[in-house]
Design a protein around this ligand. Structure first.
Ligand code: SAM
Ligand code: DTB
Ligand code: SF4
Length: 327
């Protein structure tokens, strides 16, 4: 597709729609300045380009996970320095949520290294959600696969967002995870959507995938029955002991292109510049914001790996004239 043809294709975009691979491929193939122009045009149609939503992440149950996700330091299949822990106590979680609120976060996300939660685990998580909501924060959890009744329980507890990523294209997925399949992920997304919870769903780049896999990921996300409200794009954090440690580092511009493609294809979604910021220059992060990213995780730690500190992010926001999005 020529630059002019892509221009014409985007000129009449009014509402969210499904995207074919060919269309997404055409975006990835644009010269970088054209892609950035299109991404910014779409971004400004729906958002203030100077506002960035800030979430805080807490690992409420760390390590010892039975799944074999090749990127993940928390999998029991890999020998990493992450020790397996138990589910955190409610008061500890709420103390962290209070600190996140004081630090300026509008959303508090809790992650658990589970394949799927047991019903009695869910009792505790529901109490945490209710506590986080009572503090005036939006709530998000990522607990692995959930059934329809479990999703309903989470909704009843007041959950705002459920994070469950597709991670990559359907073709590459089997190289990365063997203990659950792509369809399992799609099923969980359906359960969450049907329960009336906002969907947070994205993927990872830099795992040794081809551009076609990044295209396949974006086309799949943008063809879900409803676009995810939030789309985290992670840059692989290489952790010693995981099978993906030592993978050749992806060209940073490819990552920026992936952000831009997410922005253009899912115009009303929040696109999160997610894991991997610790190893990115400030200039690369600025390019991601220019490409349409409008959400980040703040705080020293993601789940188990490092994230730029709050002071650094505050400085970056100031230098770029960005402001935290009000809740
Ligand atoms: N166990 C749950 C699950 O897999 O759905 C929730 C937690 S899991 C750590 C959430 C997401 O974090 C994964 O789907 C993956 O996209 C991302 N992630 C995990 N390890 C990562 C890494 N080393 N680099 C970048 N992203 C990572
Ligand atoms: C997502 O897409 N990225 C976040 C969140 N959802 C849960 C997690 C990133 C984890 C990075 C590796 C770690 O810190 O363990
Ligand atoms: Fe477990 Fe989630 Fe890590 Fe996969 S990504 S190993 S499911 S914690």
């Amino acid at each position: 597709m020529s630059v002019g043809a892509v221009d014409a294709m985007l000129a009449n975009e009014a509402s969210p729609r499904a995207w074919t691979r060919e269309e997404v491929r055409a975006l990835f193939n644009l010269p970088f300045p054209e892609l950035m122009f299109q991404a910014q045009t779409v971004h400004r149609r729906h958002f203030d380009p100077c506002e960035v939503q800030v979430s805080t992440l807490l690992s409420i149950k760390t390590g010892g996970c039975p799944e074999d996700c090749a990127y993940c330091p928390q999998s029991a299949h890999h020998e990493t320095e992450v020790a397996a822990g138990k589910l955190m106590a409610l008061d500890e979680v709420l103390a962290a949520a209070r600190a996140a609120k004081e630090g300026g976060a509008s959303r508090f996300c809790m992650g658990a290294a589970w394949r799927s939660p047991k019903d009695r685990d869910l009792d505790h998580v529901c109490e945490m959600i209710a506590g986080v909501k009572a503090l005036g924060l939006e709530s998000c959890v990522t607990l692995g696969m959930v059934t329809a009744p479990q999703a309903k329980r989470l909704k009843d507890a007041g959950l705002d967002y459920y994070n469950h990523n597709l991670d990559t294209s359907p073709e590459f997925y089997g190289e990365i995870v063997t203990t659950r399949c792509y369809q399992d992920r799609l099923d969980t997304l359906d359960h969450v959507r049907d329960a009336g919870i906002n969907v947070c769903c994205g993927g990872i780049t830099g795992m040794g995938e081809a551009r076609e896999d990044r295209i396949g990921l974006i086309a799949t996300l943008a063809s879900l029955p409803v676009h995810p409200e939030s789309v985290p794009i992670n840059f692989l954090v290489q952790v010693a002991g995981t099978p993906l440690a030592g993978t050749e580092r992806l060209d940073p511009f490819e990552f920026v292109r992936t952000i831009a493609a997410a922005r253009i294809t899912m115009p009303r979604s929040m696109v999160r510049l997610s894991a991997g910021r610790e190893e990115m220059s400030d200039e690369m992060q600025a390019l991601c914001f220019l490409a349409g990213a409008n959400s980040i995780f703040a705080g020293d730690k993601l789940l188990t790996t490092a994230n730029p500190g709050v002071a650094h992010d505050r400085g970056l926001f100031q230098r770029l004239g960005l402001v935290a999005m009000p809740a």
